[in-house]
Design a protein around this ligand. Structure first.
Ligand code: FAD
Ligand code: UDP
Length: 384
């Protein structure tokens, strides 16, 4: 088959674009994926105990974007689920993001009441304040800001990123802002849920089209080469559009140096009991080496004997070392973004090449961001 598009990577970025190109334009697409399955980090499967697990860490779908929700709803039904997280802090479980319920659980009644009044007066009921902003506010709330910083953010961030909260882009800790409300949900987005038959089923549907040819177990660098301003496949110049969703530094053989990422060690454990913990995820900011434990049955609503939990340990990424070679998280620091720009400039010189994805764009995208981005690229840069 002669292809109009080559896409590297079968995560959400690659699959949404392949689906749109095949279904909407009737063009032919080759999708190259180095893993033995589709879905990228959103891949899920039934484990040997019959439990639906997320192989690359827990994925909860949430969005405020109606077009993204409607688009995905074309591929799945939804299990109603609102994610809840507790933080294990000084021997008790408090709601995360830290909110007014967490405040009242952490302090004696009068102190909590006083702090609540100050918070509401300063920021207003219902608002969300990133921890670094709360710390900057100082004044009467300094004590509380320092408490939340120390107990919730400092050690978790050290474990996850190997640096302090102020040494990484503030949007990172800003993902989990202090919430001046009694709402214990981790996300407040209007659309939230889990795909009833899992994520992998969505990808299967997206890719099932005669015009899409999926090549699994294939590292693009073995068959794709960049020469001057063009893309070559198996030595032949490719005249179509090249869409790359993998790590951008890898595409250029690390010529300017390696972009840093954080990797994860994921420990899955089956337990012959009905339930392990009261909510989907428990964060452990200050205890143990892992950052959090997720129990999948809460997320998926699966009714099955026993339960599988996942402990996540953050670790440095190294493409040469097995077990550390998956770039899970980009590291949002100025020096890394500078290095990224060098690679991006190289891509801008290439003919008919599009970069999209968490790794290719070096951005901390959620699933809905990447779906929105892929749909936008399709409409603005491909379909026209
Ligand atoms: P990926 O899913 O990483 O897909 C890229 C694909 O490219 C991979 O399959 C990879 O194997 C392939 N590839 C790379 N290089 C090559 C190559 N050289 N040749 C061939 N193939 C290649 N988002 C949420 O909205 N909610 C959540 O709860 C959530 N939880 C998360 C938890 C964790 C631990 C992590 C790491 C991420 C989480 N995310 C979550 C984010 C979500 O995983 C990403 O938004 C999404 O996976 C991005 O899709 P992508 O296609 O850009 O990248
Ligand atoms: N964070 C923290 N303590 C928590 C939860 C989050 O310090 O209990 C910080 C930490 O730096 C983390 C970031 O906020 O990496 C973003 O958290 P989120 O839960 O969004 O991370 P993800 O699910 O993307 O791993």
């Amino acid at each position: 088959m002669k292809y109009d598009f080559i896409i590297v990577g079968a995560g959400f970025a690659g699959c949404v674009l392949a689906e749109r190109i095949a279904n909407d334009m009737g063009k032919k697409v080759l999708v190259i994926e180095k893993r033995k399955h589709w879905g990228g980090n959103c891949y899920d499967m039934i484990d040997s105990h019959g439990i639906l697990i997320h192989n690359y860490g827990p994925h909860i779908f949430h969005t405020i974007k109606k077009n993204v929700w409607n688009y995905l709803t074309g591929f799945t039904e939804w299990y109603y689920y609102q994610h809840k997280v507790l933080g294990y802090i000084d021997g008790q479980y408090v709601p995360i993001p830290f909110n007014l319920n967490s405040l009242h659980q952490s302090f004696p009644k009068n102190t909590a009441q006083e702090l609540e009044e100050k918070l509401v007066k300063k920021f207003g009921m219902g608002n969300k304040i990133p921890i670094l902003q709360l710390k900057d506010a100082g004044g009467e709330l300094k004590f509380l800001a320092d408490y939340i910083y120390e107990k919730v953010f400092l050690n978790y961030t050290m474990k996850q990123w190997d640096c302090k909260p102020n040494e990484i882009d503030e949007s990172v800790t800003g993902r989990v802002p202090v919430h001046i409300s009694r709402d214990d949900r981790y996300f407040q987005d209007i659309y939230q849920g889990m795909p009833s038959n899992g994520y992998s089923n969505i990808f299967e549907k997206m890719l099932s089209h005669d015009n899409i040819h999926l090549l699994l177990n294939t590292n693009a660098s073995d068959i794709i080469e960049i020469r001057d301003r063009d893309v070559y496949m198996m030595g032949e110049k490719f005249g179509g559009v090249f869409i790359y969703t993998g790590p951008i530094d890898h595409l250029f053989k690390y010529k300017y140096g390696k972009l840093p990422y954080r990797s994860l060690k994921l420990d899955f454990e089956y337990l012959p009991q009905q339930q392990y913990q009261p909510v989907g995820t428990v964060n452990y900011p200050n205890d143990y080496d892992f950052t959090r434990i997720t129990e999948f049955k809460h997320l998926t609503g699966q009714k099955v004997e026993g339960t599988t939990i996942l402990k996540e340990y953050s670790q440095p990424y190294d493409p040469e070392i097995k077990g550390r070679d998956i770039p899970y998280y980009i590291i949002s620091k100025p020096e890394n973004l500078e290095l990224y720009k060098k690679y991006k400039n190289e891509v801008d010189r290439l003919n008919k090449t599009i970069l999209v994805g968490r790794l290719a764009e070096y951005k901390y995208y959620n699933m809905d961001d990447i779906i929105a981005r892929s749909l936008e690229i399709f409409e603005n840069d491909i379909e026209k």
